[in-house]
Design a protein. Structure first.
Length: 221
């Protein structure tokens, strides 16, 4: 495929990429779809919408084609590179796959899946032991799995922004925050003061710069 060749209508790539990322996320979710159908379902919808536009039908390019043609004459709107809209809008030259935006996107996506993977074992072991998960990523934030999903989605938006996924992202972030609050209420009901103490020492989503909270938790557990 040439650098500017059309790259849409590739529905096999839509399916392969969607299945890969959904399967990867599911593999590191304790309990799988049975226990995490809400967060996995929403993440799956985001992924399918993304890859549908990336390789199937470029809805966003189609809707913005008139504006893009008027403001960016000479751009081949049906090339794969034109789907990297941030590069087009910012006037970045060269292959967008090697731009700082794409590199940052890959780092965010990788960091999200690494965090999701590292959060799996502490949560699984804590659930088996009937205690609060406070080790690994859980020593830094209370909801590393939701942080991981948000990092992955941010990475994809930085790489390939579309109107549907841009609209979905803030909604999903708010829904994840709501799910986190409901999970915390359930944990308080189950673990009582142990979880309240954990909440006081550990932030929900953004880790503190100081390592004091993780050190305190290690001494207690």
């Amino acid at each position: 495929m040439s650098h500017d060749a059309p790259a849409y209508g590739l529905w096999s790539l839509v399916i392969i990429n969607s299945v890969f990322f959904i399967f990867f996320a599911t593999s590191f979710s304790v309990g799988g779809w049975k226990s995490n159908w809400r967060e996995l379902g929403m993440f799956s919808a985001f992924v399918v919408a993304l890859f549908t536009e990336m390789y199937g039908f470029p809805l966003t390019i189609y809707l913005l084609s008139g504006w893009l043609a008027a403001h960016y004459p000479g751009v081949n709107l049906m090339s794969h590179d034109s789907g990297h809209l941030w590069s087009t809008l910012l006037g970045l030259k060269g292959n967008p796959h090697f731009s700082p935006l794409h590199i940052s996107s890959s780092l965010l996506i990788g960091a999200g899946f690494v965090l999701l993977g590292y959060a799996w074992r502490p949560l699984y072991e804590a659930q088996r032991a009937g205690r609060v998960a406070t080790t690994g990523p859980y020593s830094r934030v209370r909801h590393p799995q939701y942080v991981a999903f948000v990092l992955v989605m941010l990475g994809f938006l930085l790489q390939w922004p579309t109107i549907p996924t841009l609209l979905m992202f803030p909604v999903l972030a708010c829904v994840y925050a709501g799910l986190a609050r409901r999970e915390e209420q359930a944990s308080i009901g189950r673990f009582g003061d142990a979880y309240r103490d954990y909440m006081e020492k550990t932030p929900a989503f953004v880790p503190r710069l100081s390592g004091q909270n993780s050190a305190d938790l290690r001494r207690q557990h």
